[in-house]
Design a protein around this ligand. Structure first.
Ligand SMILES: NC(=O)c1ccc[n+]([C@@H]2O[C@H](COP(=O)([O-])OP(=O)(O)OC[C@H]3O[C@@H](n4cnc5c(N)ncnc54)[C@H](OP(=O)(O)O)[C@@H]3O)[C@@H](O)[C@H]2O)c1
Length: 236
């Protein structure tokens, strides 16, 4: 069987680079997206692709470049994401637009661009990284929460549209993890967050990686349209 091609957006970020480290030890090929960070050495067949996901026209081109290089895409991980905080009545329209563009419109356009190939090959796995904030709402996160909630609706719909094509689409609603975005939060706020989590600790990226591995198993082909919550009990 041909080696699977896994396409990860935001592969230079905290969670993205942990995914790359994890997958480079497996028998797969990696299509890795970066926006502005320097790329790094990866220990398996791979290629880097640059794109600003705020630019809608860049997205079909990005997928074309991946397909030209690898010939197929088996797994799309919509991981790139940003947060711009501000109370709803103060949030700048530009911040709203950037968050929605990267966190929701880009996953839609990427999904749209990879689906024809996945439908032809009758196989595909789409995993979108959402957030507990989509489920609970958190003051100051209007754009982020709306974008991550939108991903859940997109996922359920794509799952129904592709259910008989060998494709699954699922979302991971993450609580607070010990890498990536959290490093931008002050130690005081991190401590406040930690105390709100029933497990009383931040999540480990291993939990995310194990869940992705599970979704990629052949036996997980019956799991589609799901929001899988990984949050230490924060939301139930
Ligand atoms: N860490 C957590 O606890 C947590 C919790 C819930 C959800 N999440 C979600 O998990 C995903 C990964 O987050 P993270 O914690 O790893 O964050 P991160 O370290 O800040 O990584 C964010 C990624 O998004 C990319 N990005 C930023 N602006 C972009 C743009 N204009 N166009 C294209 N890509 C852009 C960045 O690219 P560059 O590196 O090139 O700048 C980076 O790779 C996000 O969707 C986030 O919302 C994380």
């Amino acid at each position: 069987m041909e080696q699977q091609v896994i396409f990860i957006t935001g592969a230079t970020g905290g969670l993205g680079s942990a995914m790359v480290k994890h997958f480079e030890t497996k028998n797969v090929r990696l299509a890795l997206h970066t926006y502005q960070h320097e790329t790094y050495a990866v220990d398996c067949e791979h290629a880097w692709f640059q794109a600003d996901l705020r630019h809608q026209e860049a997205i079909p081109q990005l997928v074309d470049e991946v397909l030209q290089r690898f010939g197929r895409i088996d797994v799309l991980i919509n991981n790139a994401g940003i947060s711009r905080n501000g109370l709803s009545w103060k949030l700048a329209n530009e911040d709203w637009n950037d968050v929605l563009a990267i966190n929701l419109t880009a996953p839609f356009l990427l999904t749209k661009a990879v689906l024809p190939g996945m439908r032809t090959q009758q196989f595909g796995r789409i995993i979108s990284i959402s957030s507990v904030v989509a489920q609970t709402g958190v003051a100051g996160t209007a754009a982020y929460a709306a974008s991550k909630a939108g991903l859940l609706g997109l996922t359920k719909t794509v799952a129904k549209e592709t259910a008989t094509s060998g494709i699954t689409a699922n979302a991971l609603a993450l609580g607070y993890f010990d890498t990536g975005m959290i490093t931008e939060v002050s130690p005081e706020l991190q401590e406040q967050i930690r105390l709100q989590i029933p497990k009383q600790r931040l999540g480990s990226v291993d939990t995310i990686l194990a869940t992705i591995d599970w979704l990629l198993l052949p036996a997980a082909d019956y799991v589609t349209g799901q929001t899988i919550s990984l949050n230490g009990g924060l939301h139930s």
